[in-house]
Design a protein around this ligand. Structure first.
Ligand SMILES: Nc1ncnc2c1ncn2[C@@H]1O[C@H](COP(=O)(O)OP(=O)(O)OP(=O)(O)O)[C@@H](O)[C@H]1O
Ligand SMILES: [Mg+2]
Length: 511
């Protein structure tokens, strides 16, 4: 007998429908065709054993399983349950009347229990788009898939559950998405800018960065609070929109991360890869391609702590995604694209000993070793960082517990207002939402400097010996500062502040 069941497979962060066809005919053996990878091929053994331990029968006949379309590579073990049900249906152990209306997915363990899969959210979105009335999948993935409305998400714990359901012997309640607190406007972040005492100029720089979507680097002595400040960046960024939450959750779902098993991710991601991370871990890829840290940071922050410790090659490969906001993983026969629109926040010590420019401690590094330390980071990467902030250790006057500082929600409100001005400015331009994304034509159009501001920038460039590449950056950042103030025109004070954020460009650094 011939039977068809349905499942999904991942292509990048999207899913497509797979038909699992089973034909049972006289003869012996089980044959799996249609470009399955090793994990799928091994599913024969898991299915066989799961049948045995669930009181079900493997037919003593020839079983051919075809995965269609044949030219799409199917990865992983998530098709185990689909294959098992199709075989059971083809041997009349399961009723066939409803199997065509459900997409069925899950990995089988040898005892017949089902184990979670990757990518439940994109698979659910695809199931709805393809017109299925429901999706049968493991308990662990149910919340993640249930955010898709108009689709019955039926959580199951074992092969026997599915058989009993399809045979009409038991009912399974569809899972409903739990409403998250974040939807009520509560901040989902535990850490707050108010925890950081003093450092008002660094906080201000981070506010400017968040407002304009600018990449930022903090340079300062050990223990000055760089890591602490960076961790709090997501809390001052605008709340995620539904589209952003969906896309971010899809990426985490495809990567099999646990943070999406509770439903949509409403928190802006903060990813802090170690400097010894491999290129694949950072960028994505691998034999079974998966999103890397830069994609997991999509719509959030990629924090590179101790930047010079990252290998030069590792930093070089960041350049393309920083420009394109996405990464393409190429394989011999196909290529996959993952979104990677993140804000880069980096931190570093100013020199090997950490005390260059320190107010009280003596730096023991030679000028040459300070320069060498800086040189570990390639110029083109620096080129993509709009703001440089020097972080001095917090003064003892500021550290007292009765010193209050501004909380994240106050700062976030200003950031949101500045983002709204930018959204209005770029409303007709696709793919550009923030000042940081402006190209040079837009820079000329939206950031005209008045005579006074222009003269001032020219003077500062000469006096501080700023490099030419600093010029555009300063204007972009000045635009954001004006937006934070709610001004249409860039005033000299905005330019003056923007100039303070170019400390690494000064030719005198390290001399
Ligand atoms: N401004 C501050 N307000 C409150 N606590 C602070 C502040 N600055 C530093 N600290 C305390 O010092 C600790 C060390 O800070 P942090 O790890 O952020 O420093 P760092 O600049 O990243 O240092 P390193 O260069 O060694 O990585 C923090 O966990 C915090 O307890
Ligand atoms: Mg640190």
């Amino acid at each position: 007998m011939f039977v068809k069941c349905y499942a999904g497979t991942l292509v990048g962060i999207e899913a497509m429908t797979i038909e699992v066809e089973v034909n049972v005919s006289p003869g012996l053996g089980m044959f799996l065709v249609g470009l399955p990878d090793n994990a799928v091929r091994e599913s024969q053994e898991r299915v066989r054993s799961a049948f045995e331990n669930s009181g079900l029968k493997m037919p003593g006949k020839k079983v051919v399983v075809n995965l269609a379309p044949a030219d799409v590579r199917k990865e992983g073990s998530a098709l185990d349950l689909t294959i098992a049900i199709a075989i059971l249906a083809a041997t009349e152990q399961v009723a066939t009347d409803r199997i065509g209306t459900y997409m069925i997915m899950g990995e089988l363990s040898l005892d017949g229990t089902v184990k979670p899969i990757r990518g439940a959210l994109p698979i659910a979105l695809n199931a709805r788009a393809a017109g299925f009335s429901g999706l049968i999948l493991p308990h662990e993935n149910a919340q993640e898939a249930a955010v898709v409305e108009g689709l019955d998400v039926l959580p199951v714990g074992s092969l026997r559950d599915v058989v009993a359901f399809l045979n009409g012997e038991r009912n399974i309640e569809p899972c409903h998405a739990a409403l998250s607190d974040e939807m009520d406007g509560n901040s989902p972040y535990g850490e707050d800018f108010a925890d950081v005492k003093g450092q008002s100029h660094v906080k201000r720089a981070l506010e400017v960065a968040a407002a304009g979507g600018h990449n930022v680097i903090m340079i300062g002595a050990p223990g000055s609070g760089k890591t602490m400040l960076a961790r709090r960046m997501p809390s001052i960024m605008p709340p995620m929109t539904l589209d952003e939450a969906l896309e971010t959750t899809k990426i985490h779902s495809v990567a099999g991360k646990a943070d999406c098993t509770g439903g949509l991710i409403w928190k802006r991601p903060f990813r802090s890869p170690h400097h010894l991370a491999s290129q694949v871990a950072l960028i994505g890829g691998g034999t079974n391609p998966q999103p890397g840290e830069i994609s997991l940071a999509h719509n959030g922050i990629l924090f590179l702590d101790e930047l010079p410790e990252f290998g030069r090659n590792l930093l070089e490969v960041l350049r393309q995604p920083l420009e394109d906001k996405r990464v393409v993983v190429s394989r011999a026969k196909y290529s996959i694209e993952y979104p990677a629109n993140f804000m880069l926040v980096a931190a570093m010590n100013p020199c090997p000993c950490g005390y260059y420019n320190h107010p009280t401690k003596e730096c023991v590094c030679s000028p040459a070793s300070v320069a060498r330390y800086m040189n570990r980071i390639s110029g083109p990467l620096f080129d993509r960082i709009d703001l440089h902030v020097e972080v001095s250790p917090v003064s003892l006057d500021d550290i007292g517990y009765n010193v209050s500082s501004e909380g994240s929600d106050v700062i976030r409100r200003r950031v949101v207002a500045a983002r709204e001005r930018q959204a209005a400015r770029f409303s007709g331009i696709t793919g550009v939402h923030t000042n940081a994304m402006m190209n040079s034509a837009m820079l000329r159009e939206f950031c005209r400097l008045g005579a006074e501001s222009g003269a001032m920038l020219k003077r500062a460039m000469e006096r501080l010996d700023l490099s030419a590449r600093a010029y555009d950056r300063i204007i972009k950042v000045a635009r954001t500062i004006a937006d934070l103030e709610g001004k249409n025109d860039i005033a000299p004070s905005h330019v003056a502040e923007a100039i303070t954020y170019r400390s690494l460009d000064r030719a005198s650094w390290g001399k």
